[in-house]
Design a protein around this ligand. Sequence first.
Ligand code: G3H
Ligand code: 13P
Ligand code: NA
Ligand code: ZN
Length: 328
Amino acid sequence: ARITLRQLLDHAAEHDYGVPAFNISNMEQGLALMAAADATDSPVILQMSRGARAYANDLILSKLLDGLTELYPQIPVCIHLDHGNGVDTCVTAIQHGFTSVMMDGSLMADGTTPADYDYNAGITRRVVEIAHAAGVSVEGELGVLGSLETRQGDQEDGHGATGVLEEHQLLTDPDEAVRFVADTGVDALAIAMGTSHGAYKFTKEPDGSVLAMHVIEEIHRRLPDTHLVMHGSSSVPTDLCQIINDHGGAIRPTWGVPMEEIRRGIRHGVRKVNIDTDIRLAITAAVRSVMWDNPDEFDPRKFMAPAMTAVTKLATEKFEAFGTAGHA
Ligand code: G3H
Ligand code: 13P
Ligand code: NA
Ligand code: ZN
């Protein structure tokens, strides 16, 4: 059944677990993720970006989500808009049955210019008023995602900040977070604390803490009822990159967020953990392997069925590692 982000994350907070929020843009991802949620008895967040909506078409997506939720009526599913950039895109998501929207006012609507506090709080407040009136939850974002190592925004995804950022922009300020939640009424808050989107998060193997745990701890201590969200939480598994590169791919050396770091975040108030890149890598590894090993094959199902199996396996590991399993 469909539930809101607030309902799901309140339950997660009460029982000390995190929920993966998986990005989808097609049927195969949806089927594979629901199979993993069912196999592990987990609630799940399926999220769609504006790019995903444009790719798959809102009408098709909403019917797909109807099908997925009807197929697994016992699995709680939150249907969430990822990185909404304005009121209109949040409203059309609500009209298509989304139970949660992210209003990302950390960047201006162009998706590249860091926004000031008043713009972010103002537009997020407007979305909260509309969404809450419709029984829909809202995630806001304070702080700009980017690499603390290079101080670059994540431009490779085409929607991060451009140019070199200041360190204070890359770490959410706890005082400002308290003010932002009071000013906007958001249900969940995405914070900047050392992660970035995409496959290229860290240039060397992380040792010790890669997350700014003190920032997470301080914000959680001061906002115990606000569910924290970690974007850019793919682990970028080395074995998947290796399979891709062994079958004609060219992923550069890179590291993601270690699973243990995410588990530490979950121990300190992180409830929603966003994952897109790992799913993309799992699909690419499977498709490349089949194509490389079977150059005479041209039935897309021969590529996509193993890709679905790979996504189900990956998602099953996340549900188990984040403590989501058993909570459906
Ligand atoms: O935050 C970005 C997500 O990975 C979605 O990416 O805009 O390419 O669909 P996308
Ligand atoms: P990754 O690129 O690490 O998978 O993060 C996805 C994300 O944060 C979507 O909003
Ligand atoms: Na989001
Ligand atoms: Zn994100």
